[in-house]
Design a binder for this molecule. Structure first.
Ligand SMILES: [Zn+2]
Length: 237
């Protein structure tokens, strides 16, 4: 989020959030979602997995149920009614046709103007090597958006092509050059991140959702000339 921070265009009506895991959206993306739903935009969340491999001390089957509920609560906190799960296995996502096909199907069903996801680059915005699932899924999101527009690709989905996605936003990216002004939407964002209660209780370390979000949104806001902002990498389609 160096360079000039350009505002993400917000002259559209429907967004589809596509992420690998429960909680991926809530480290910044959900503040933008809160702003958009408050403005009357329609936002749907689709997750590749239920995050069942995310808690070391708990059985994956139990974790899948808990984290499904936590994601639905997180979505409700920012005005999202529809949350879908694509049923891929957590921790071992593989870039490839099954993932691209599932993404293309979601795009064709929901027909969004804008897609929101999380960082697929090799490193996180703050440094550190990014997770395999994020890298694999983010690429599948970009390719699946293009696939969804091509009527000759994934014809077996039996859904009309959807060429209407204008751009894809990635939160947490070291390549962020855009921002969404989220001034006034911090509380909804904090509530959405705090919804992952059992997950955070079992992290084995203290995590302060409010401190994390203000620690990101205040400097991004300063760079953008607003009070609070969330940085995004924007890729035009
Ligand atoms: Zn994740």
């Amino acid at each position: 989020m160096n360079d000039a921070m350009t505002a993400v265009p917000e002259d559209w009506g429907t967004a589809l959030a596509l992420v690998a895991h429960p909680d991926d959206l809530e480290y910044g993306g959900s503040l933008a979602v809160a702003k958009w739903t408050a403005a009357g935009k329609h936002v749907v969340e689709v997750l590749a997995t239920r995050g069942e491999a995310g808690i070391d001390s708990m059985d994956p089957e139990e974790v899948a149920a808990v984290r499904t509920e936590e994601q639905i609560a997180a979505a409700r906190a920012v005005g999202v009614e529809t949350v879908e799960f694509l049923g891929f296995p957590d921790g071992v996502l593989e870039y490839g046709l099954p993932l691209r096909r599932a993404v293309a199907g979601a795009i064709r069903r929901h027909r969004p103007d804008v897609v929101l996801s999380v960082n697929f680059r090799e490193t996180f915005a703050g440094g550190g090597f990014n997770m395999a699932d994020h890298r694999a899924f983010g690429l599948a999101v970009l390719d699946g958006v293009r696939d969804a527009a091509n009527r000759w690709v994934f014809r077996d989905l039996d859904l009309d092509p959807w060429p209407g996605v204008r751009f894809v936003l990635f939160g947490g990216s070291p390549e962020a050059r855009h921002h969404v002004d989220v001034t006034g939407h911090l509380e909804a964002g904090v509530a959405s991140l705090e919804a992952h209660r059992v997950y955070f209780a079992n992290l084995g370390q203290d995590f302060d959702p409010r401190a994390f979000l203000t620690g990101m949104c205040e400097p991004a806001g300063a760079a953008a000339g607003v009070e609070l902002a969330v940085p995004f990498e924007l890729i035009e389609m």
